[in-house]
Design a protein around this ligand. Structure first.
Ligand SMILES: *[C@@H]1O[C@H](CO)[C@@H](O)[C@H](O)[C@H]1NC(C)=O
Ligand SMILES: *[C@@H]1O[C@H](CO)[C@@H](O)[C@H](O)[C@H]1NC(C)=O
Ligand SMILES: *[C@@H]1O[C@H](CO)[C@@H](O)[C@H](O)[C@H]1NC(C)=O
Ligand SMILES: *[C@@H]1O[C@H](CO)[C@@H](O)[C@H](O)[C@H]1NC(C)=O
Ligand SMILES: *[C@@H]1O[C@H](CO)[C@@H](O)[C@H](O)[C@H]1NC(C)=O
Ligand SMILES: *[C@@H]1O[C@H](CO)[C@@H](O)[C@H](O)[C@H]1NC(C)=O
Length: 698
């Protein structure tokens, strides 16, 4: 930043002889500045025009990424208008919308082939996209320039000219811009999507008079594909659109100093309509008004992350002053360094003309002062967005109890998938969750056994609740099968299952070390009421699968009905007085001690409650000891060939061994370093990174 600080004001107040001295100083400084500053690329070395058929392809390719909410009501109308304004910028603009909403797919089709939908990023259980996941996906774009923008921001063509200008900089860059709002916005895009119309009135003039910089922090970021990363460090899992994340990126980018970072809020015309009630053809047909949920607690999550991963800079920050602004003044782009009060031409590599621009202060400076003054309000908005957000410092909690989560989470058959996890298995929990998300299974809830897991799960966007009766000290490394800790933890599970059944929901309980190849729900549910469907722990390849103590209580389905509830109640009671884990209680209560209640080779009938236990076929629901599947060279392929629905990573002792074999087998779907699920788009990246690492280590 020092290089921009060309102080010369004082030199002028002294004598003419000093002008010469400062002149030399300035030449030296400017030469230094030219080395550091991004400068215009030589027009010759970078020809502007490429002949391509009949059309001139002039500019860099641009992909605009955004994460709209469903296209409903006035919010939807604003988003439609915004997307159309982006498409109108240039035929070389492509738009990628992050969404899992099926209605958006058909909607995108009506906007043409330049708009595509990307559902493969991380979302919270309420559908809020994760900013870190959006950025990671956007960074993989092959366009010359990527833009990440809020879905209601309308862009006018000077955005493209600014990007084209920036693209010629001899330096990797990151452009940021805040967006003002306007009310009484009556303009419409005409059919071809090229021009904004309203009986003769000019949009630019309307904007100049009606825009207002507000505190709600709507922004866009753009960067050239370049060689330098945007910033050092790992982007925390910020929730998109809930504050702080843009500021965090700017702050990190500034302190890592890889790129030239500038604020172009005033060089481009961007805005969002504050109200569209007067908008002529308001709501596209087929949409109704959305009911907006109050999700203010999501802001506390970002606030928490901002404090935890950037506290030094954030307290009392007004770093926007440190940002070089770019403005357009009389058709020329200018840099403004607000700290040093210096204005100079943007991207001009000629040190002599730079010098001239500084020394002949007369005409040039007056014009520029007008622009500098225009930029003042910007400091205010960026500062205020901080202050307001950092007042929020509530502890992290999800405003949902188990009872209130169930109706939100359950599927149409009132079925819930339940996982119970403590901190030692939180990465495995995430891998399990990511796998369910891949299978488009959303009706799962997580019971956190400790505060760390609860907090972690909230930050990962999981529907989580705390079990107040959970055993206190769950050992990090020694809570495996057979230990005291294991016994206490398993007893939590049957108690919770019973509670959920009583609330009227059927439960598929799955340990987080169960890898799901397919969605087992349709099959396990097909047995109907009064049948408990459970995995068998039989490792023998032949013979019955319902022999004593072969019921695995880490994967079972319980239907919500009176017989099942009565039976599970017996199990919970038995387990509470037993010195063992709950697993033997399940068998001894339901199948009778020694297998007294066995029916055939794969069932039991509990006579008092009439509950049938059905053991799942070991070939489709194998346990960890069956056929040595975990020892196969390619676990995934072998299991898929057999037709595995699930594979349990049990029959192994110790946390690290268990984790190890699952990660090595490739049945692992989570990247704990970036805190994101693995997606098809970053799998190839991860592989090539691994390859590089391996090569490097030899
Ligand atoms: C944009 O990127 C492509 C591929 O990286 C490159 O061939 C092309 O020259 C770039 N366009 C411009 C205008 O620099
Ligand atoms: C812009 O937004 C702010 C806050 O959301 C609001 O107070 C202000 O009235 C809006 N301005 C216009 C011109 O609509
Ligand atoms: C911003 O920084 C300037 C100087 O760097 C300081 O004088 C001013 O008080 C700061 N403003 C706020 C709101 O912190
Ligand atoms: C930790 O667990 C042991 C049993 O394993 C128990 O005796 C002890 O009271 C527990 N401590 C706390 C703080 O919960
Ligand atoms: C496995 O099954 C076979 C045949 O049913 C039986 O002979 C053998 O004893 C069983 N092995 C175990 C360990 O149960
Ligand atoms: C169990 O089934 C038998 C015969 O079908 C019936 O007589 C008995 O009442 C049932 N018991 C319960 C608890 O439903």
């Amino acid at each position: 930043m020092k290089a921009y600080s060309l102080r010369y004001n004082k030199a002028f107040q002294v004598g003419l002889w000093l002008v010469w001295l400062s002149g030399f100083l300035l030449i030296a400084l400017s030469l230094y500045a030219v080395q550091r500053l991004p400068s215009l690329r030589d027009q010759i070395s970078k020809p502007k025009l490429h002949r391509k058929g009949l059309r001139d392809v002039t500019g860099p390719s641009i992909t605009i990424f955004s994460a709209p909410s469903p296209f409903i009501g006035t919010v939807g109308a604003r988003q439609v208008l915004a997307v159309r304004s982006w498409l109108a910028l240039s035929p070389d603009v492509k738009v990628v919308l992050f969404s899992r909403d099926p209605s958006l797919v058909s909607f995108a089709a009506t906007l043409g082939s330049r708009v595509s939908i990307e559902p493969n990023i991380d979302f919270t259980f309420l559908g809020t996209p994760f900013f870190h996941s959006m950025v990671a996906r956007s960074k993989l774009s092959t366009s010359n320039i990527s833009v990440l923008i809020d879905p209601e921001i309308i862009l006018l063509p000077d955005f493209i000219s600014t990007l084209n200008y920036a693209y010629k900089l001899d330096h990797d860059w990151l452009l940021v811009a805040a967006s003002p709002n306007v009310s009484r916005f009556m303009f419409q895009l005409e059919k071809s999507g090229r021009h904004w119309l309203k009986d003769g009135e000019k949009l630019q003039e309307f904007l100049a008079q009606n825009r207002e910089w507000s505190c709600d922090g709507r922004m866009l970021m753009a960067w050239n594909i370049g060689e330098q990363p945007l910033h050092a460090g790992v982007l925390p899992p910020f929730l998109y659109g809930k504050g702080i994340h843009y500021e965090w990126v700017i702050k990190e980018a500034l302190s890592s100093d890889f790129r030239f970072i500038f604020d172009a809020s005033e060089a481009i015309s961007s805005f969002y309509p504050a109200d569209l009630d007067n908008w002529p053809n308001k709501i596209p047909s087929g949409f109704s008004v959305a009911d907006i949920q109050d999700k203010s607690w999501e802001y506390s999550i970002n606030s928490y992350l901002g404090k935890r991963y950037g506290s030094l800079y954030f307290h009392g920050a007004n770093f926007s002053k440190n940002l070089v602004k770019v403005v357009k003044c009389d058709g020329h782009y200018l840099y403004i360094d607000a700290i040093e009060n210096v204005v100079y031409p943007f991207g001009n590599r000629n040190s002599l003309s730079l010098l001239k621009a500084r020394i002949s202060r007369s005409r040039g400076e007056k014009k520029c002062i007008k622009c500098v003054e225009c930029s003042r309000p910007l400091d205010r908005i960026m500062d205020c967005s901080f202050k307001e957000l950092f007042k929020l410092s509530t502890p992290l909690f999800l405003p949902f109890s188990l009872e209130s989560l169930l109706p939100v989470i359950a599927d149409k058959d009132k079925t819930i998938v339940l996982a119970v996890a403590g901190n030692s298995y939180r990465d495995m929990l995430m891998s399990w969750v990511c796998r369910l998300r891949q299978l488009l299974i959303t009706n799962f809830v997580v019971c956190a056994l400790d505060q760390e897991t609860y907090q972690f799960s909230i930050l990962q966007g999981l529907p989580v609740f705390n079990d107040p009766l959970a055993p206190g000290n769950i050992s990090f490394n020694d809570c495996h099968f057979g230990t005291n800790c294991f016994q206490r933890v398993t007893k939590v599970k049957s108690r919770l299952v019973l509670e959920i059944l009583k609330l009227g929901y059927s439960v598929l309980l799955s340990d987080v070390d169960v890898y799901w190849f397919k969605n087992p729900l349709p099959f396990v549910r097909s047995f109907g009421p009064a049948v408990l469907v459970a995995q068998s722990d039989e490792y023998n390849e032949t013979g019955p699968i319902n022999l004593p103590r072969r019921l695995n209580s880490g994967f079972y389905f319980a239907h919500s009905d009176s017989m099942t509830i009565a039976a599970i109640q017996k199990v919970v009671k038995h387990a509470s007085t037993s010195d063992l884990s709950e697993q033997p209680s399940f068998y001894d209560v339901l199948c009778g001690e020694g297998g007294f209640n066995r029916v055939g080779d794969d069932r039991c009938l509990e006579p008092e409650t009439n509950l049938t236990v059905h053991f799942l076929d070991r070939n489709f629901f194998p346990n960890g000891a069956y056929q040595g599947l975990w020892e196969k060279k390619n676990v995934k392929a072998s299991c898929m060939k057999k037709g595995c629905v699930i594979l349990h990573n049990n029959w192994i002792s110790g946390r690290t061994k268990k984790l190890g074999r699952q990660v090595l087998s490739g049945l692992w779907e989570y990247d704990s370093s970036t805190r994101m699920c693995l997606h098809s788009w970053d799998r190839s990246q991860t592989k090539s990174r691994r390859r590089k690492k391996r090569r490097g280590s030899f």
